[in-house]
Ligand binder design. Sequence first.
Ligand SMILES: NC(=O)c1ccc[n+]([C@@H]2O[C@H](COP(=O)([O-])OP(=O)(O)OC[C@H]3O[C@@H](n4cnc5c(N)ncnc54)[C@H](O)[C@@H]3O)[C@@H](O)[C@H]2O)c1
Length: 291
Amino acid sequence: MSIEKLGVVGAGMMGSEIALVFAMAGKSVLLADTSEEGLNAAVKKLSEVLDSGIARGFWAEEDKPLALSRITTTTNLEDFSDREMVIEAVFEDVAIKSEVFAKLDKILPSACIIASNTSSISITVLSASLSDDRQADFLGLHFFSPVHRMKLVEVISAMDTSQRATEVATEACIDAGKVPIQVKDVVGFAVNRMLFALWNEALRLVEEGACTPEDIDIGCKLGLGHPVGPFELMDLTSNTLNLQVGEILQEAYGERFLPRPILKQIVAAGRAGRKTGRGWYRYDEKGRQKK
Ligand SMILES: NC(=O)c1ccc[n+]([C@@H]2O[C@H](COP(=O)([O-])OP(=O)(O)OC[C@H]3O[C@@H](n4cnc5c(N)ncnc54)[C@H](O)[C@@H]3O)[C@@H](O)[C@H]2O)c1
């Protein structure tokens, strides 16, 4: 079964770009958020992402109107009644996500695939907010930021996810140009567990005064071949979210994922990263790092 009609709930950094990659693959995408202003801002941001991608040769000029014409927006989840697959990308909060799933449960057609883009919440726990007969159609699809550039999707099956749901969702991701890997529903999945181990060591080096964030970023890029340094990446994903995920990892695995004091400090200081204009680095209003 090929998915043609998608819904995305949450038009923030992740949801809006998830909508974009499926629209670029020719799918009809309905993008939902809580306010018209949020949706307008998301569409404006997508237009800028497309302009910058066209300027850099990733897409052709004519891709832009085509992709944007395939994305419609709504503040009303009732409009999702004809969707074949829905991806949730609202705030990283069990209560908020559960409320969205409970609403979708009453609206979506039967056999609709339901996925969460959560970074760290157990997919089995989230599936509990759906009625029993929907749980086989529920799974995790963990995209990476920026979604239009990062090819990986972790496909996470919960305890009750069916083979059919996993196969259909995996195929839909491949259709959208992504490379899926299958991961069990362990806390942090695979990539964030490795990433947070690296980040914690990078944060320790800064705490010890051994290196500056700038030098660690240079070290990882030039010595390890990483395309982006750990502090640049922390600012991109948002330090607020990083701390939330770090706390969830600590709860699951204990001491080895203890969020570093310097990360707590930077979050308490309101330095979330690129979104707020300041994190480990400073950013201009277009999100470009200031030199
Ligand atoms: N930031 C990352 O790098 C990253 C990477 C992978 C996964 N994720 C996950 O993706 C999800 C979204 O993260 P983000 O960085 O895009 O967050 P974000 O804050 O940029 O966007 C969240 C959006 O959800 C909307 N929202 C909140 N409640 C809603 C509701 N009830 N109905 C509809 N919309 C609602 C908000 O208005 C906002 O626009 C989180 O679960 C996060 O853990 C984030």
